[in-house]
Design a binder for this molecule. Structure first.
Ligand code: C5P
Length: 230
């Protein structure tokens, strides 16, 4: 559990392709708050493991990398995001389906999750934090002021991820992607530690057929009703 809240926290959890990343980013920008993209940390652990030549089933080695990896998130002057790992630019690599699959594997290990806890909580700083992931409202920030669980139909989620990857120049077939997303969902929902599930006090939002603006507005309305912002 974190100590007394240093700042207000909004958690946005949900499965792959539910729109968490886009909504969290838009919300953080609108509020001028910090953003924690926790999935990026798991993706970085997977990448660090490959680069260090760690055996794919070595939990301890990946946990050690999670603890000591030197990850820097920054925004370029043109507004684009940049991620470096040990000084090397991994911005493109981190968004690949391969990194997503690797992340889902290392994320099932308790030692890796434990190793990333303090790093994730350190993102909480005034004026506030929008935390995006799978267990933000259940494990990392159980005392968050506002918790949202975002869903969308599996078809819509696969289509969104397909478009995202295509826009980045990656040529993945839709059926293959749908299968990968289903596999990842199953692994995320059935793992023993911090499985993907809504916190009991989370607000469920089904984003199927809704625009980004409409979903952001719903979250803004929920926060305003709690006097988190005007
Ligand atoms: O959200 P993103 O697709 O970047 O997450 C990649 C993977 O990292 C997820 O499939 C999940 O297995 C894992 N993850 C997690 N807990 C989080 C964020 C991501 O287990 N808070």
């Amino acid at each position: 559990m974190r100590g007394p809240p240093a700042c207000p926290i909004v958690t946005i959890d949900g499965p792959s392709g539910s729109g968490k990343g886009t909504i969290s980013r838009a919300l953080a920008r609108k509020l001028g708050w910090h953003l924690l993209d926790s999935g990026a940390l798991y993706r970085l652990v997977a990448i660090a493991g490959v680069d260090a030549g760690a055996a794919a089933d070595d939990e301890g080695a990946h946990a050690a990398l999670a603890r000591r990896m030197d990850a820097v998130f920054s925004v370029a002057p043109d507004g684009s995001e940049c991620v470096t790992l040990g000084g090397r630019d991994v911005t493109g690599r981190i968004r690949s389906e391969e990194a997503g699959q690797g992340a889902s594997r290392v994320a099932a290990w308790p030692a890796v999750r434990e190793a990333l806890l303090a790093r994730q909580r350190a993102f909480a700083a005034p004026p506030g934090l929008v935390a995006d992931g799978r267990d933000m409202g259940t494990v990392v920030f159980p005392g968050a002021e506002l918790k949202v669980f975002l869903t969308a139909t599996p078809q819509e989620r696969a289509l969104r991820r397909h478009k995202q990857l295509k826009d980045k120049g990656s040529d993945v077939s839709l059926p293959a992607l749908s299968r990968e997303i289903a596999e990842r969902d199953l692994r995320d929902q059935t793992r023993e530690v911090a499985p993907l599930k809504a916190a009991p006090d989370a607000h469920l939002i089904d984003s199927t057929g809704l625009s980004v603006e409409a979903v952001v507005q719903r979250v803004l309305d929920l926060g305003a009703a709690r006097s988190l912002w005007p």
